[in-house]
Design a protein around this ligand. Structure first.
Ligand code: SF4
Length: 332
């Protein structure tokens, strides 16, 4: 897979009413629409597989209501400083050995200091040399920091908008939606692909979901990778008592993302460990074609690797870049 910032988007323009209309379609009709789009642009049985490693844990000054790494909430999480470069590199080698084509690194910062960014840039360059794609999520960036990451060889920068602008301050008050968008612009200007999506189940209305996806699809450079997360209700966070998401509402969101962002990878991300196999299968059918593979997703649990292998086998789906090293037993 290439990381091509220059390829023109085939995204048609949508009005918000039209997006709301997609959400209102009968479930089967929406699945049909999403499937047609998916078949046109992708091998429907290929799944892009990424591994995500938290390289700096906890003590984050931001107050994202869903996040156990925020210093504002007592979740019992053990804070850890930025990992040593060699340890991160070894984790990337292991990820490659089990079939991951992209290595994603997350750090719980409001934004990186220049000296920390430099350390991450070195990690990116070394991991790129393994032949893997690289992605980092480091919080808000300054313009020169985005340029430095590009110089280091970074392929993707993850920076989720989480929800719609109108619902944003219900979830986070230490930064604004506009702050988030500015970093996305710096990343795009630097020539790095964006990975940007949101979280379902935070108490948002269907209109908020539609607004979020409409925003992403309306961007001049829509994100190449779109994580659709299901809220993990972590005890100690303000959203711990949210009611669970209706699985059909979640699957609908995946389908609408597929229709609005036809050439982007739609990623089933956080919350997969709480999804049934049947729900995941519907998400794949609706157009999800990327997963994080591994025991952990930042600091929360992920679907177990052996369960992923079994599910992929039962569904007849396979990693996007298929080679003999994919999905062999996990290296010790
Ligand atoms: S989501 Fe990121 S920015 Fe928000 S509190 Fe967690 S680590 Fe910090």
């Amino acid at each position: 897979m290439t990381c091509d910032m220059t390829s023109s988007s085939t995204t048609p323009s949508w009005t918000l009413d039209e997006v709301m209309g997609l959400f209102s379609l009968p479930f089967g009709n929406l699945m049909d629409r999403a499937r047609q789009v998916h078949l046109k642009h992708f091998d429907p049985n290929a799944i892009q597989v990424s591994t995500l490693l938290n390289i700096k844990t906890g003590a984050c000054p931001e107050n994202c209501s869903y996040c156990p790494q925020s210093a504002h909430f007592d979740t019992g999480l053990e804070n850890k400083p930025l990992m040593d470069e060699e340890a991160v590199f070894q984790a990337a080698i292991k990820a490659k050995s089990i079939g991951s084509t992209r290595f994603c690194m997350g750090a719980a910062w409001r934004g990186p200091r220049d000296e920390d960014l430099e350390k991450v840039a070195h990690m990116v360059t070394r991991i790129k040399a393994l032949g893997m794609e690289t992605c980092v999520t480091l919080g808000l960036l300054k313009q020169h920091q985005a340029a430095r990451l590009k110089e280091a060889g970074l392929d993707y920068y993850n920076h989720n908008i989480d929800t719609s602008e109108s619902f944003y301050e219900e979830i986070i008050s230490t930064r604004t939606f506009s702050d988030r968008v500015r970093t996305l612009e710096y990343v795009e200007e630097a020539g790095i692909n964006t990975c940007c999506g949101g979280i379902i189940g935070m108490g948002e209305m269907p209109a908020n979901r539609a607004q979020m996806l409409h925003f992403l699809a309306s961007k001049k450079l829509p994100p190449k990778s779109v994580p659709i997360n299901m809220l993990i209700r972590v005890p100690g966070t303000p959203l711990a008592d949210q009611p669970p998401v209706d699985p059909f509402d979640f699957i609908r969101t995946v389908a609408v993302a597929r229709i609005l962002l036809p050439t982007s990878h739609v990623r089933l991300s956080a919350g997969r460990s709480e999804m049934s196999d049947e729900m995941q299968a519907w998400c794949f059918y609706a157009g999800a074609n990327s997963i994080h593979y591994g025991e952990k997703l930042l600091v929360t649990s992920n679907a177990a690797p052996e369960e992923d292998r079994a599910l992929m086998s039962r569904l007849g789906i396979y990693p996007e870049k298929r080679d003999e090293s994919c999905f062999v037993e996990e290296a010790s």
